[in-house]
Design a protein around this ligand. Sequence first.
Ligand code: SRM
Ligand code: SF4
Length: 558
Amino acid sequence: MSIQNNKLSPVEKIKIASDGLRGTLKESLMDDFTGAIREDDQNLIKFHGIYQQDDRDRREERVAKKLEWLYSFMIRIRLPGGLLTPQQWMGLHEIAGVHATGTIKITTRQTIQLHGVLKSHLKPSLQAFNLQYLDSMAACGDVNRNVTCTSNPSESPLHQQVYELAGKISDMCLPKTKAYYEIWIDDEKLAERKKEEDPLYQDRYLPRKLKIGIAIPPNNDVDVFINDIAIIAVIGADKILGYNIAAGGGLGSTHGNNATYARLASMLGFVDTEQKLLKAVYEIITVQRDFGNRSDRKLARLKYTIDRLGVDRYVKEVEKRCGFSFQPAKAFKFNQRKDRYGWTQNHEGKCFYTLFVEHGRVLDEKDYPLKSGLLKIAESLKANFRFTCNQNLILSDIHPDDKPEIDQLLKSYGISDYTEKASALRKNSVACVAFNTCSLALAEGQRYLPVLVTKIEPLLEKYGLLQEDISIRMTGCPNGCGRSPNAEIGFVGTAYGRYNLHIGGDRLGMRLNTRYKENIDEEEILKTLDELFGVYIKQRRAEENFGDFSYRWLQISK
Ligand code: SRM
Ligand code: SF4
């Protein structure tokens, strides 16, 4: 049943020849003549959670001066479930300032990235993270990535159990090579070579990246169905009865390549114990390892393997390897995907404050010293820091006696004010990084969506829609990092200042949107949205949200 991978893609050869992901990374790091690393190592360093990038705003200037591009690196931390202690936040704050641009970026997968780390600062950064018990192992590369899980703890007393499950899955799926410690931490003891057999990844790793998310209904704040493996906890009588497992989600596509597409995960079935869940996840991965496309990386994600084999065949192979069968999936219902802003209290009486961080960028701006405020809160040691897949931050696990102190800090740094005053549209917006660091960006993402939202707000106000929870997302290219294919209003960059406009996605993340207008500029975006909002308020049904209305409207106007 395995496909013929006669012609392996170049990355496959690099992985196999890499000696457990070591390649010539040590030599690349020692080369003082360039800010870059060797070409093959650029592929391998991703498995260590690092991307080589350059400042795309400064390419022309560098070329004019006959200098090489201004290379630097992005570090992505592995943080299953997205939780940092206040001490770790303080460490992160320090590392961001000393070794990177200073900005802390909360990502759409519940973790953080630092940008602009020069080659000579990579090792000191990872060593500093190591002192905080943090690493960037397998945060990128053809392996399992950061495991996400429902972040709003007030949803359910079972949150802690699911958070721990995310950690167990992450540990189970870590590559066994000790290259990370050998290269970055210099820990020779840990780097003993003999313990390196890797039954999960072998020496070829996966054909492509793999993502796992866990949702606890009724909250789908993780956008669970966009993951290669989507796990939904099934709750009954305040207990987890088991897990529905779906597979084959993924949002990336390539302009002009119809063989590529965004897809939501297909339901495989239900398992009634955590042990069976872990086994099933493991074997879903081994089937993808053995059957995934290793010649064309554009068609290598698990979603394409599932579509090629068919869901039934994929499930049969997984069940054969597991030694048990899936039960039919159990019923579940989501009723929200957004973050619950402001103060909440959980079953133990602990307090949580969810603050809006526009596109996850934590920095000090002239009128808004967010980063300093968060440092002060961390220094109080009275709140943990939890990240959401909507790029926001939850100050968590606060004792009720400490709430007034945290509340006062939130007020004095303008943080609660900022969260409360932002419009619903802005608080439901997500954008990817794009320029100036992303090498794949065709258009702006996080630097432009805030500006565009400011121009869309008056349109919504005109129609009395300003407080509608419409999800709006922008990505600088069709890779979907800001999950634009899964929004009610999605923008996908085509060229500088131009986007495809997608509509008709549902509010809960269960239906992808559809391309409505192609390659339009700001003027046409605003004109089109103005028209759409106008039709919406005239023709919507009772309780019909914008996503469902535009989906229906697209069918009618075909
Ligand atoms: Fe992503 C590649 C940023 C979430 C689909 N993504 C990239 C790179 C590394 C560009 C590159 O390959 O050189 C971007 C780095 C930009 C930068 O300068 O930081 C990048 N992706 C991001 C982040 C930081 C966006 C954000 O603003 O939060 C997110 C980091 C997540 C994390 O912490 O692990 C991020 N990326 C996603 C998501 C959303 C999700 O997982 O929830 C997706 C869509 C889901 C999916 O995987 O299909 C996503 N990123 C991609 C793809 C398309 C993959 C595909 O199957 O086609 C690429 C390109 C690739 O892999 O070749 C990509
Ligand atoms: Fe870069 Fe495209 Fe991802 Fe945006 S969607 S971060 S432009 S790869």
